[in-house]
Design a binder for this molecule. Sequence first.
Ligand code: GDP
Ligand code: ZN
Length: 331
Amino acid sequence: MALEANFCRVQLDQPGPGGVQQLLCVRRTRLGKTGQQICVGDRVRVEGIDWPEARAAIAALEPRRSLLERPAVANCSRVVVVVALAQPQLDPLQLTRFLLTAERTGVDVDVVLTKADLLSEPEQAQWRDRLKAWGYQPHLLSAHSGAGVEALREHLAQPGIAVLCGPSGVGKSSLLNALVPELALRVSAVSGRLQRGRHTTRHVELFPLAPGALLADSPGFNRPDLPADPAALAVLFPEIRERLGDGGCRFKNCLHQGDPGCVVGSSWDRHPLYLHCLAAAQQQAAREPRLRSSADAAGLKQRGHREEPVLDQRLRTQSRRRRRQSDHEEP
Ligand code: GDP
Ligand code: ZN
């Protein structure tokens, strides 16, 4: 559920003696030796349980079905990209970078557009139509007025882990507080003492949304990385996937840059954004060829149109390094 200093907070599949639901666990050193790093969302086996103290040790890590790199969440079944319609103004390129990161996990991707109260109905309709043309069914909502929040809660109330991600300031914390009843209780319990009216995110943590449904919030960050391999970019755009269909492009190794005869063409809204991201990914690959080859060597397997992570030491070292670097980026 959460990583807290040297401990992992583990939710039990079934309550233990005395109704214990969660255990504070240390990691066995041999987990460290095999190089396995535990993420929020991982399924683990525990041993050496001390029920009265609700303590235990993590003995083994189950294989992962998916991995979102940033925030690091394993086994998520849905990535919810959250951006504001206004304040800050919606930036299609930034939204696209978040969508690309989300698409790379291989799980369902949702778009939430917040602060709908700041836009007129026709303006809202314009964004809804635009996102539909991109291949998404956006949820427009307002945490302030409450409009659209219930619909999103119903949408997310299915077994699995959903992760909210998006830039800071778009209203993710406000949305989380509106969605998660437990959190509202927790916040009201401490707000008197801390004089803070709501939850603010510092770490990734899972919150129960409905039975079996967990929601992860993450600290906002503003500029997600592009895939290391420029050729892996195209299939992360639903518009390109749709145009490629089953037949694919008639040109081999086509990067779909709008050349005559390319089945993807250039008459779609995000084509300039695709070209922009492609150029950026190509520059990045030229600058950091090692990054690309180490990602290949680390066994990012292509499964369907997604990269599938095979966890090994080199990949983790690399992604930690990249994460640290990008943490120093200007927002
Ligand atoms: P976070 O950084 O993404 O967690 O965003 P916050 O939840 O902290 O909200 C950032 C700012 O946006 C705050 O000043 C909120 O009051 C404001 N805000 C959040 N949700 C809404 C909304 O639905 N409508 C409007 N108008 N403002 C909002
Ligand atoms: Zn093509």
